[in-house]
Write a protein that binds this ligand. Structure first.
Ligand code: TXA
Ligand code: MG
Length: 360
């Protein structure tokens, strides 16, 4: 190779990178003007981040392959991890999947809301959306800004969580900006997400519905509608070597804070005693605890998960991001009872701790 060529290649890379980082990322309040701008971007094959009641999503026109490719590129998502298609009216699902009676009764009970249904896909949905799988994930969100955007677009929007792959899902517009500044043109600021954890992913292709990812719609609630509901075993334990993941998302490295997170389960007093012992020995650490237990930790540095599972869900990703920002190296966390919304919180916590859970 001539020295001219060797000189050209790095220059070429430099030019490309300059162009990518030159994109300006605007954060705009949700109003008529910003919605119009978002619709224009999305209809033209661009991507826009927007709030839902669970977490922020990075949306693109679900039936436009180039737009979907742009989503994968912006968040550096592995191509084998399929996306959720968002709709604003149940009838929109009919063109995307083979709708059935179970889906209809679940939609009537939980939509709009934090429930994603897996259904056999139709050819209208590009393979890139479903990573080549025969099922498509569909959700009708309840956040007014998400609904206004979907309604104004008229077409379905594919949207994974709007984080850079490997980071916690964003629950504020600022989180999205931290991860995707310079990579996307627009973030519609819909405030802080009420639920704070991603939607329940429910596989209804078999005889009994199975929760692949727990969320704010619980197995108990689903069973009230369908008669029964299972939870995939991999929800609360790591995949075994060679075990196939029921949902591709579980195969990928999940977010873990830069510091080491250790969880403790048992009676609150015994847990607190063990956490205090380790905290005092560590020199510098942070405690992640439920509000009612704060007195057990005296004046040590505590991040408060709040009163109940709902507030823990709302705060968890926010706190995990803050640990990294503050450079905290050692974190000792309480566990929650894995029932109701507590299962979703524990699913995310256990993964953030790489299943490092100490029985006290
Ligand atoms: O709350 C939410 O669900 C948010 C908001 C934006 O709607 N979205 C979200 O998307 O969390 P994402 O892409 O971060 O997570 C989607 C999960 C992944 O674990 C993916 O593997 C799984 O759903 N999934 C999607 N399509 C699937 C399919 N056909 N079969 C099995 N799992 C699927
Ligand atoms: Mg995600």
């Amino acid at each position: 190779m001539s020295s001219d060529n060797q000189g050209l290649v790095p220059y070429f890379h430099f030019v490309i990178q300059t162009e990518i980082s030159a994109m300006r990322t605007e954060i705009e309040e949700v109003n008529d003007a910003s919605l119009k701008k978002a619709v224009r971007l999305l209809a033209g094959g661009g991507v826009v981040a927007f709030a839902t009641e669970t977490v922020y999503g990075l949306g693109g026109h679900a039936l436009n392959e180039q737009a979907v490719l742009e989503i994968f590129r912006a968040k550096q998502r592995p191509a084998d991890n399929p996306l959720i298609v968002h709709i604003s009216r149940v009838e929109q699902a009919f063109a995307l999947c083979r709708w059935n009676d179970v889906a209809q009764s679940l939609a009537e009970a939980f939509w709009p809301g934090p429930l994603t249904l897996l259904l056999p896909k139709k050819d209208t949905v590009p393979d890139i959306v479903t990573a080549g799988l025969g099922t498509v994930a569909i959700r009708l969100p309840s956040h007014p800004a998400a609904r206004a955007l979907l309604e104004a677009c008229g077409f379905p929007i594919a949207a994974p969580s709007a984080n850079r792959s490997g980071r916690p899902s964003p629950t504020t517009a600022r989180h999205v900006y931290e991860d995707l500044n310079g990579l996307i043109p627009l973030i519609l600021d819909g405030g802080s997400c009420e639920v704070g954890l991603e939607s329940t992913v429910l596989d209804i292709s078999g005889e009994t519905p199975v929760i692949l990812r727990p969320g704010a719609v619980t197995a108990e609630q689903v069973a009230m509608v369908t008669g029964s509901c299972d939870v995939a075993p991999s929800v609360m334990r790591p995949l075994k070597p060679g075990e196939s993941a029921p949902s591709p998302g579980m195969r990928h490295r999940h977010y873990a804070p830069k510091g080491r997170l250790t969880l403790f389960s048992g009676e609150p007093e015994a847990v607190a005693k063990e956490i205090v012992r380790r905290y005092d020995a560590a020199g510098s650490a942070r405690i992640l605890a439920m509000h009612a237990h704060l007195p057990l930790y005296g004046d040590r540095l505590i991040s408060d998960l709040g009163e109940d599972a709902a507030s823990a869900a709302h705060r968890l990703f926010y706190l995990l991001r803050a640990f990294d920002e503050q450079g905290i190296e050692e974190i000792y966390g309480e566990t929650l009872p894995p029932s109701g919304l507590g299962l979703a919180v524990m699913n995310r916590l256990a993964r953030a701790a790489a299943f490092n859970i100490v029985e006290v």
